[in-house]
Design a protein around this ligand. Structure first.
Ligand SMILES: [Ca+2]
Length: 295
């Protein structure tokens, strides 16, 4: 039986409608099917395609303590007081802090030279940065304002407010995850900034504070501990520190004498399985591999 015949018989019998109404109904359903095929289906397929990315697992098997091996070194803007660092498609997006010097920039990984840069108003101290759905969200330190920019042209789309200090920022692909210098991480709605969950980070039952720049890797969270060479691997459900990663030895000589020019900035290439780290005003950005450590 042809679909049209079936539709006519079924709708006529069940709904008891005349031919005109049936034709209108048929037209509406046809339009809805076409609309679904044109708009919804490609998005569903695209989502399933994104889910097909197999993120290389670089964290399992590390144990309680880990160290690193340098895989590659790339140039980094020594004038950038790095606060947020994100990698996507060969590009590094970075927020640089300090009052009067804050900037948002993007550079090719291999070149370090800025492809695009915008200055942030003098009254703001730029902080953490996250990339979600082609939008960059950038925190500010004590100003309680987050700025949302279009990834491609740095056009400002919106702002939202939050009540704590703003330190690090990353995303699990749905929510933004923020640090504020304490041992608490905040899951926030990316549009409103409303806190939807809080996680208290502990090591052996003790709070681990000074959590700074963040990166969501393999379903877990990596966090710089401010003023140290330590990166913590954090269980996003329990808040427990799974691994203490010692990155001492990466800081360039030129930065050692300057207070505050510490390790800060973690970025993850989830397709290539590459982990990048740098520091405030460092002239180098490292690709590193994490290795178990007994010391
Ligand atoms: Ca990051």
């Amino acid at each position: 039986m042809a679909y049209g015949t079936f539709f006519s018989l079924a709708s006529g019998k069940i709904l008891g409608m005349n031919a005109k109404i049936r034709n209108i109904l048929f037209a509406i359903i046809t339009v809805l099917v076409i609309a679904f095929l044109a708009f919804a289906l490609p998005r569903l397929l695209d989502r399933s395609k994104n889910k097909m990315i197999i993120e290389p697992d670089i964290l399992s098997g590390l144990g309680k303590k880990a160290s690193y091996e340098i895989v590659n070194m790339y140039p980094h803007d020594p004038n950038c007081y790095t606060q947020g660092l994100v990698y996507e498609d060969g590009l590094l997006y970075e927020s640089c802090g300090l009052y009067g010097e804050s900037r948002l920039r993007v550079a090719k990984l291999e070149e370090g030279e800025g492809l695009r840069e915008i200055s942030i108003h003098d009254k703001y101290f730029a902080e953490g940065l996250a990339l979600l759905d082609d939008q960059l969200t950038m925190l500010t330190w004590r100003e309680g304002t987050a700025f949302v920019y279009q990834k491609d042209n740095f056009e400002q789309i919106s702002t939202f407010n939050y009540s704590t200090e703003g330190w690090g920022l990353t995303t699990d692909g749905k929510a933004l995850i923020m640090s504020d210098g304490s041992n608490t991480l905040y899951w926030m709605d990316p549009k409103s900034g409303l806190v939807v969950n809080e996680l208290h980070v502990t090591l052996g039952g003790y709070p681990m504070s000074q959590l700074n720049e963040l990166e969501f890797v393999n379903g877990e969270i990596l966090a710089n501990v401010y003023l140290t060479d330590m990166v913590l691997r954090i269980d996003p459900i329990s808040g427990e520190v799974l691994t203490q990663i010692d990155l001492s030895g990466l800081m360039p000589e030129a930065n050692k004498a300057k207070l505050g020019e510490v390790l800060n900035g973690i970025a993850w290439d989830k397709e290539g399985g590459r982990l990048f780290v740098t520091g405030k005003n460092w002239d180098v950005l490292y690709e590193i591999k994490l290795v178990p450590s007994n010391s």
